[in-house]
Design a binder for this molecule. Structure first.
Ligand code: THU
Length: 166
């Protein structure tokens, strides 16, 4: 038996003012997107903004539904929009933030497992890391340099191919 350890590194910033102009601009776009969220059931408004290699920014926000599972998280709305409209573009960074009118979102948002899985799909596809910027409404900011840091032991396409018998 052997014990192993996975180390995850991330950067912590005290405020948006500490970020590079590029990251700050992306986070501002995510904040703007959160304000357009359709979240009447949770009141939890999430915004995501993705910076593509050519400088284009694609945004998304959570879209809820009276049939709850039919809704979708902000991250996947943005990721699917980015990939469907720019199938060959490299995604450099995704910024994600959330606010609520009902309570303080005072910690950086933590993307759900399904969104991490979708982010990891695109990271594996493009063979280039996607940086992730996470912020609450009034919170510190966490920056993770790749999706693998958010989803250790992720399932990816290689495993499907490996299992082919012919
Ligand atoms: N939500 C997101 O959009 N992104 C996350 O990372 C976490 C949760 C949404 C889904 C739902 O509309 C609301 O937040 C409450 O879970």
């Amino acid at each position: 038996m052997e014990k192993k350890e996975i180390l995850i590194k991330y950067d912590v910033f005290q405020s948006i003012e500490e970020l590079s102009p590029e990251d700050k601009n992306l986070l501002i776009k995510a904040i703007g997107a959160a304000h357009n969220a359709y979240a009447p059931y949770s009141g939890f408004n999430v915004g995501a903004a993705i910076l593509l290699e050519d400088g284009k920014i694609v945004t998304g926000n959570n879209q809820e539904n009276a049939a709850y599972p039919s809704g979708l998280c902000a991250e996947r709305v943005a990721l699917f929009a980015a990939s469907s409209q720019n199938p060959d573009a490299i995604m450099k960074t995704i910024a994600i933030t959330a606010y609520s009118d009902d309570f303080d979102v005072d910690t950086p948002i933590s993307p759900c497992g399904a969104c991490r899985q979708v982010m990891s799909e695109y990271e594996n596809k493009q063979k280039q890391a996607i940086r992730v910027i996470l912020m609450g409404a009034k919170s510190k900011i966490h920056i993770v340099e790749n999706i693998s840091g958010l989803l250790p032991f992720m399932f990816h396409a290689d495993e499907l191919k490996q299992n082919h018998k012919n």
